[in-house]
Design a protein around this ligand. Structure first.
Ligand code: ZN
Length: 374
């Protein structure tokens, strides 16, 4: 649910649909509340222009921050498919967990450091602008620029994983304990504790001060909490799957279909009999394609007798496939990204097995139960 708007350093920049709502919201808060409060006595037009420009500055600053993380990731050879700007700021999609704590430290620190640098630049220009008495329409966005970047840098340094500060904390524990999962667990716990502090403080504000300011703290607390939970889960999953290849857990005895089998035959003897949503079409051991319930549903029932598997299957070239040597983590990513149930496992064009989402879930469950909670 996001819109691509361009590419920087080869990385796609996207706007999440919530971004548009937040952009309008922030512009109007700035134009009707913040700017009139900071710079009284100006016209409505000036407030809306400064509000709009300041909104642009806010989101460019978030992008600037994310680009610094991206730069370090790319330099290390870690692929970054896209950066998405959304409700609370930006998310840089980094597909791999960093492999050593020193690098994680550097990459995490790059963001807040870039925000503080930008704050300094805005601050200096603002000081000059004030000195030479430039009009409020220029001074106000500059003032907002250094403030918001200082806030961005500071907010991201909150030691709550997966925020930058939490990543710095994790890298520190990781370095000391030499165990990434333990470090992630501790950094996530810290994040959770901080999220509760925010939520309680928000409730306190609602009771004794104001509803809106309290709501902000609760929202931020909730945001930190869900981030901590999600990334802890992700780390545990990738840890459970590390070192496991597709060949280790795939199903080797596969029910296959011959290409000349009629559709009614397939429905009768395969779809009704076995509880799978798709079967590989195989000839002399070679994978020709896959026939799924979707393929069958697309043709009228009257034609099931005359049509053959090869006529309506998804051909092998169009299929997402995997190999026995591929890490299960990568296969799992393919499954969840495309929302498919199973992948054919192919070696030298021969079908050697099938790996399904439930195969992967099973190994995650077994591994985490055996290793237990550390
Ligand atoms: Zn950051």
């Amino acid at each position: 649910m996001s819109l691509p708007v361009g590419k920087i350093m080869g990385v796609e920049i996207r706007l999440h649909y919530t971004w548009f709502i937040i952009f309008v919201l922030i512009t109007s808060i700035l134009a009707t509340l913040y700017m009139p409060d900071q710079y009284p006595g100006l016209t409505n037009d000036v407030y809306w222009i400064t509000g709009f420009v300041s909104s642009i500055i806010l989101f460019s600053s978030v992008l600037f921050h994310e680009l610094f993380h991206t730069y370090f990731a790319l330099r290390k050879g870690i692929p970054v498919p896209n950066i998405t700007l959304f409700l609370f700021g930006g998310v840089t999609q980094i597909t791999e967990e960093p492999q050593d704590p020193d690098f994680e430290l550097k990459m995490a620190f790059a963001g807040p450091a870039s925000s503080f640098l930008l704050s300094l630049i805005f601050g200096l220009i603002w000081l000059v602008a004030v000195q030479v008495n430039l009009p409020a329409i220029i001074v106000a966005p500059l003032n907002y620029g250094w403030l918001i970047n200082a806030l961005l840098g500071g907010f991201n340094l909150i030691p709550a994983f997966p925020m930058d500060g939490g990543r710095i904390l994790r890298a520190g524990i990781w370095k000391a304990k030499k165990d990434m999962v333990v470090a992630t667990r501790m950094a996530s716990r810290a994040g959770e504790a901080i999220s509760y502090l925010f939520i309680f403080f928000g409730l306190f504000l609602i009771l004794f001060d104001g509803f809106i300011s309290g709501l902000w703290f609760i929202l931020i607390g909730w945001f930190i909490k869900s981030g901590a939970e999600a990334s802890l889960k992700q780390t545990i999953i990738s840890q459970a799957l590390s070192g496991v290849n597709v060949g280790d857990i795939m199903t080797k005895e596969v029910h296959t279909i011959a290409q000349n089998m009629s559709i009614s035959d397939v429905v009768e003897n395969y779809f009704y009999k076995y509880k799978h949503g798709g079967f590989p079409v195989v000839e002399d051991g070679n994978l020709l394609g896959m026939l799924t319930t979707q393929d069958v549903r697309a043709v009228a029932k009257e034609r099931w007798n005359e049509l053959k598997a090869k006529d309506i299957m998804t051909s092998s070239e169009k299929l997402v496939k995997t190999q026995p040597e591929e890490p299960v983590v990568d296969a799992f990513l393919k499954l969840s990204k495309r929302d498919i149930g199973r992948l054919p496992v192919v070696k030298d064009r021969k079908l050697v097995g099938i790996i399904s989402r439930s195969d992967v879930m099973h190994i995650i469950r077994v591994k985490t139960e055996l290793v237990g909670k550390r």
